[in-house]
Design a protein around this ligand. Structure first.
Ligand SMILES: [Zn+2]
Ligand SMILES: [Zn+2]
Ligand SMILES: [Zn+2]
Length: 312
């Protein structure tokens, strides 16, 4: 589900974001100065936004920071990224307009991505570029909605009823949201801890995601936990990312011991786990299951998947 409709552009943007994030973190830890260098642009970052306490935050919190990106392209195919940037800088003055720009990055195929600090900043800059730069086009990259997981739900409500329970039985948590923001869609039912219960995966608006994650929700006659759900797809046949088992062309690999059998039939559960993905990536730490959120490869791909999700 996670990568459905994802484009090469999404992944390219995500990789740019991760590189920037790594640079940013390195700068913070090494020098503790509030600037990042990206493509020769020294851009001031707001101190309050910096993930200085990343060690105490969950991976989800660190990677789901807001980003308001726009793609600027030229209608002239001969224009380079530098030409596009030069024209934007000549025609639009962010100082006069008070627009907060966080990052600028060059993409393949003569495109420039500009990240703003808020939806409003992005709107202002987009409008300014559209109004003054007649040879440039601006677009907003497609983003997906975030996901939540309801843990241990008794499997007796249909999808419509489940979605309705969230809004009708938990009114205090969604007060003040518009009808659009209250949108909840059941996208999958997964096996629960016991036979009697299931986990329900929901796709929701960024606002409802913010309000409901880490809360207890009333669903029918139950009270269940609601947790952030990674948008990452991991194949349960080969344990690689971004495809499902039904589309898998790789050989079987056990998610617990990295040997060539189905994870569910693993006979090595009493030994130390080994991660096939970290072995392949030649990482030092391989003593964990390949599906563990502690896995560095899992975290890398989770960040990439999350960077094309819009969160408020
Ligand atoms: Zn696979
Ligand atoms: Zn095994
Ligand atoms: Zn691993």
């Amino acid at each position: 589900m996670a990568f459905q409709g994802n484009t090469g552009l999404g992944t390219e943007l995500a990789i740019t974001e991760i590189k920037d994030k790594i640079n940013e973190l390195q700068n913070i830890h090494k020098f503790n100065i509030p600037t990042v260098e990206a493509n020769n642009q020294t851009i001031q970052t707001e101190p309050a936004r910096r993930p200085t306490q990343s060690n105490t935050k969950s991976n989800a919190e660190v990677t789901s920071t807001p980003r308001y990106a726009m793609i600027v392209e030229s209608i002239d195919p001969r224009s380079t990224c530098e030409d596009i940037l030069k024209q934007v800088k000549k025609d639009v003055d962010p100082v006069e307009l008070g627009i907060r720009v966080n990052k600028i990055a060059k993409l393949k195929n003569q495109r420039v991505v500009i990240n703003c600090d808020s939806q409003q900043d992005r709107h202002l800059l987009k409008t300014a570029i559209r109004d003054t730069c007649d040879r440039l086009t601006v677009s907003t990259p497609a983003t997906k909605n975030p996901q939540l997981r309801l843990v241990g739900v008794i499997n007796d409500l249909d999808d419509v009823k489940l979605a309705k329970a969230i809004t009708s039985q938990n009114r205090s948590l969604i007060e003040g949201l518009t009808e659009d923001q209250k949108a909840v869609k059941v996208i999958r039912r997964a096996k629960g801890r016991t036979r009697e219960v299931i986990n329900v995966i929901l796709e929701v608006s960024p606002q409802i995601w913010n309000n409901l994650k880490n809360q207890k929700l009333r669903i029918g006659y139950q009270v269940v936990s609601c947790a952030d759900q990674s948008p990452l797809t991991q194949c349960y046949k080969c344990l690689s990312f971004n495809h499902k088992a039904k589309d898998c062309r790789n050989s079987l690999c056990c998610g617990y011991c990295a040997e060539g059998h189905d994870t569910r039939e693993c006979q090595n559960r009493n030994s130390v786990p080994k991660c096939c993905n970290c072995i392949k990536a030649k990482r030092n730490d391989i003593l964990h299951p390949a599906y563990s959120p502690e896995c560095q490869e899992w975290q890398k791909w989770d960040s990439i998947a999350r960077s094309s999700v819009s969160c408020c």
